[in-house]
Ligand binder design. Structure first.
Ligand SMILES: Nc1ncnc2c1ncn2[C@@H]1O[C@H](COP(=O)(O)OP(=O)(O)OP(=O)(O)O)[C@@H](O)[C@H]1O
Ligand SMILES: [Mg+2]
Length: 361
């Protein structure tokens, strides 16, 4: 497996010129050897473009790609020593499942006993052992995709495995199981895995580092916990978490911010770090909003608009100074009868200036 450096990597599908729009805005990042990464973002944000620039399917219009320090920017996919798994199965229909899985190893001229051992190991991992002698074309879409996945995993000498929404055609039940297996594979073989998805749960459960993209830009790279606790960009707060992070329009006030005519004190906020004239929003995750009947320095008056049960939790919709705030509270948490106050947990409030994080308080 390899370390992959992206240096000022960017891509535009347009012909070069000042009007060219970036599908991927130039950025730099190092993908560490042996880590599992997810590229997460909504449809059209540039995930596939980024993955294809790493794999060599597209030649980036800007920047360089290095595998273990070697510049591979101009090399075709075949010379980059990577395995790829796509959204839809790519298999050899006339071959058996065994032959499909063995193919990448046969191409490299490995001895038969080694091939057999690797194929059986991967087949076992993916529950394909019982199907090895069957013709691949007879299998369901699920099983065909498992074969594609297996072909990606069967070689242990690849620089990285790149997967582009590989579980799209897989049954939801099996998805959960497969994510678990991919994690296990990664642990066992120490693979560098780059996994594209638009599903936050998939990204957060599978990867130890998540690359969040929006409109062609990489907006944050971090562990699932960092993305949850400290979204560097308001988009990350909105896109990750369910419900999304609350964002309250606000302005600076003495000792904190004002939301409408309510003042929220933010001890430790250094107002000098807030750019003058910036559009400000106070973010707080629904998990860190609680309801109480007693006012204190950290509470603001709130009106309860709606309450919805979701398993062990309830989602309360509140109105605070004319803006909507959601609270995720335990199903058995008491709700004050009247004069409800919303409490935003201290240390969990984040301030955005023009959508970029400027303070945590
Ligand atoms: N071959 C192409 N030629 C021109 N524009 C393209 C091409 N491929 C993608 N684009 C554009 O580049 C942008 C990024 O597309 P990309 O396929 O990388 O997004 P994505 O995040 O993978 O989306 P999805 O989740 O739908 O797969 C989009 O605006 C898309 O329309
Ligand atoms: Mg895509």
């Amino acid at each position: 497996m390899a370390r992959i450096d992206l240096e000022g990597l960017g891509h535009s599908y347009d012909s070069p010129g000042p009007e060219a729009a970036y599908a991927l805005k130039p950025f730099s990042h190092t993908w560490e050897d042996g880590e599992t990464y997810a590229i997460l973002g909504p449809s059209g944000c540039g995930k596939t473009t980024l993955l294809n620039a790493i794999s060599g399917i597209i030649r980036p219009s800007e920047g360089r790609v290095l595998f273990d320090g070697r510049d591979v920017t101009a090399l075709p996919t075949a010379q980059r020593n990577i395995a790829q798994v796509f959204q839809f199965p790519v298999i050899y229909r006339t071959m058996t499942v065994f032959e499909n899985l063995a193919f990448p190893l046969v191409c490299r001229g490995l001895p038969d006993p080694v091939i057999k051992e690797r194929v059986h190991e991967v087949a076992e991992l993916l529950n394909l052992t019982g199907f090895l002698h069957l013709a691949a074309l007879r299998l369901s879409a699920d099983a065909k995709q498992l074969i594609s996945l297996g072909r990606g995993l069967v070689r242990n000498d690849v620089a990285a495995i790149l997967l582009d929404e590989p579980l799209t055609v897989i049954d939801p039940q099996l998805k959960f199981e497969l994510r678990r297996k991919l994690k296990e594979v990664n642990r066992r073989y120490g693979l560098t895995l780059v996994y594209v998805t638009h599903d936050q749960t998939e990204a957060m459960t599978l990867a130890n580092k998540v690359v969040v993209m929006n409109r062609g830009s990489v907006v944050q790279i971090g562990t699932p916990q960092e993305l949850f606790e400290r979204p560097e960009d308001a988009f990350v707060g909105y896109f990750i978490g369910s419900p999304s992070m609350n964002m309250l329009e606000c302005r600076l006030a003495e000792g904190g911010v004002a939301v409408g005519d309510l003042r929220i004190s933010l001890p430790g906020l250094d107002q000098a770090t807030v750019p003058a004239g910036a559009r400000l929003a106070l973010g707080v995750r629904p998990e860190y909003v609680s309801l109480t009947g007693e006012a204190n320095a950290d509470t603001v008056p709130a009106a309860l608009v709606d309450m919805k049960s979701v398993g062990a939790f309830r989602i309360a919709t509140l109105e605070v100074a004319g803006q909507t705030v959601k609270a995720k509270i335990r199903a058995d948490a008491p709700i004050p009868d009247d004069r409800i106050q919303a409490q935003f947990e201290s240390g969990r409030r984040v301030l955005y200036a023009n959508d970029r994080l400027v303070a945590v308080a």
